[in-house]
Design a protein around this ligand. Structure first.
Ligand code: BG6
Length: 486
């Protein structure tokens, strides 16, 4: 559209807030009928540059199942949001949140994943969370699957590798859509769906130790089942609650060519396509051609049922959400230094990195927003962005986290530039507004929050909440709709 006036800042009604996930905050892993989830059998990483994600085997699951404590499994304890939700939501409200993104633990609602009837006590907890949000006028944005599923489905079907799980998941989504009709306007299906290519934490499928091609076969097949389940959920929601909107969720891994060598540029293009493949399917409703060659070259054969392609084509998502933490560089040869933790690409000499090796690149957020808007022409939502850092709680109860403010300010500035560029952006939920258990390492000491939680990596501490300096800063940002970033 040609126009001479362009937006000066964030639109009215822009959804400012924060994002969390059930398995990283709730705790209360074995109460009120909850079943064991896949996140609750994952141990803490040996060190900061590693992830425990790939390490789950049938044997390690058996050991975890036999262990009734939360000592080795930090996601069983979270930050006990289950018993602190009122206090935590009041703090979010004090910052002026317009939206709170959280996930519903499937294993609270269907403990084994495949019961005929839901667990009423599990639903009652989320009823209370919604009551509390409504009291402050905060919109819920609910993720239906955030890195966990009932462990029983891993034992029965090898998680999403089994097609049977589609029906179980869509029974869960139907229950939620019916119960929360009119109360929840925004839903997301699978958190960072692309990270299913890394395995168990997203797919619930154990494939540790298999040759790479076999792993890829399992993972892309599991992902196909998720695409179908996501499209069915989209259809269900549109029928049950036509006013509600549903989005996909991608871990956007923007990559740049390491040099202007066309071979590097092409390698980066392919790498980027493998990332955008997921939004291509979920927004456009078709598998893109470029993946056919990749599948063929890796012996991947996606088994589809007759009407799968039709389901995908008829039920694209309403909006696209994504997480944004870092960028990498790609070259056609050896990538060079590996950054560690989740940062699997190459090092960029122009960027600094966090203590976990995540390269900090605010301009990359503007680039991603512009590219995605151009490619899809669907509203975008930044549903995760933040800095994991070691914070110091001072004796007087303060936490001076100016490094976090700097990080967030720079990203919000670039987001604002993208809005001025014409990108249709719905909102921004930073990760995670309250300190929580890290997804990739299960550390507590990797902190993201505006709110400090007194708990250490061993689970010791009072769980008392403290407001960091960034708490007051974000409050100002929201009150000024992103104008006052000082
Ligand atoms: C995203 C996930 O990958 O990044 C979150 O959706 C996660 O669950 C966040 O917590 C930050 O990752 P980490 O490993 O620092 O907790």
């Amino acid at each position: 559209m040609y126009r001479t006036n362009f937006p000066k800042g964030f639109p009215e009604g822009f959804l400012w807030g924060g994002a969390t996930a059930a398995n990283q905050i709730e705790g209360a892993w074995n109460v009120d009928g909850k079943g064991l989830s896949t996140a609750e059998v994952v141990q803490k990483a040996a060190n900061r540059r590693e992830m425990t994600l790939g390490g789950v085997t049938q044997a390690s699951i058996q050991t975890a199942v036999a262990d009734p404590s939360d000592k080795l499994y930090p996601k069983r304890r979270g930050i006990d949001f289950y018993h602190h939700y009122k206090e935590d939501i009041a703090l979010f409200a004090e910052m002026g949140f317009k939206v709170y993104r959280f996930s519903i633990a499937w294993s609270r609602i269907f403990p084994d994943g495949d019961e005929a009837e839901p667990n009423e006590a599990g639903l009652a907890f989320y009823d209370k969370v919604l009551d509390e949000l409504e009291r402050y006028g905060i919109q819920p944005l609910i993720t239906l699957s955030h890195y966990e599923m009932p462990l029983a489905l891993t034992e029965k079907y090898n998680g999403w590798a089994g097609r049977e799980v589609i029906a179980d998941f869509n029974r869960f989504t139907e229950v939620l859509f019916k119960r929360y009709k009119g109360r929840v306007r925004y839903w997301l299906t699978f958190n960072e769906i692309n990270s299913g290519t890394w395995g168990f934490h997203e797919t619930g499928a154990v494939d540790q130790g298999l040759p790479e091609d076999e792993q890829l076969q399992i993972r892309y097949q599991a992902l196909h089942h998720q695409f179908v389940a996501s499209a069915i959920a989209t259809k269900q929601l549109h029928e049950i609650d036509p006013k509600a909107k549903i989005g996909s969720m991608l871990a956007r891994m923007q990559t740049y060519a390491k040099t202007p060598d066309p071979l590097d540029v092409r390698a980066a293009q392919l790498q980027d396509e493998k990332n955008l493949f997921f939004t291509d399917v979920q927004a456009r409703g078709v598998y893109p051609e470029y993946m056919n060659r990749y599948f063929a070259e890796h012996n991947i054969k996606i088994e589809m049922e007759d009407n799968d392609q039709q389901i995908l084509a008829q039920n694209p998502v309403d909006f696209l959400s994504f997480s944004y933490y870092m960028t990498t560089v790609t070259s056609h040869g050896n990538q060079g230094d590996s950054l560690g933790n989740l940062a699997t690409g190459g090092r960029n000499p122009y960027l600094k990195a966090s203590d976990w090796g995540w390269q900090i690149d605010p301009v990359g957020l503007r680039i991603s927003l512009n590219e995605m808007w151009d490619r899809y022409r669907k509203p975008l939502f930044v549903v995760e962005n933040g800095l994991g850092a070691v914070d110091q709680l001072e004796a007087d109860g303060h936490v001076h986290d100016n490094y976090r403010i700097d990080y967030l300010r720079a990203h919000i500035q670039q987001m604002k530039e993208a809005v001025k560029d014409g990108v249709d952006l719905m909102g921004y939920t930073m990760w995670g507004p309250i300190d929580l258990i890290s997804f990739s390492t299960s550390e507590m000491s990797k902190r993201y929050g505006f709110i400090y939680v007194d708990q250490d990596d061993e689970g010791k501490g009072s769980l008392k909440r403290y407001k960091k300096d960034s708490f007051f800063w974000y409050k100002k940002v929201i009150a000024s709709n992103g104008d006052d970033l000082d």
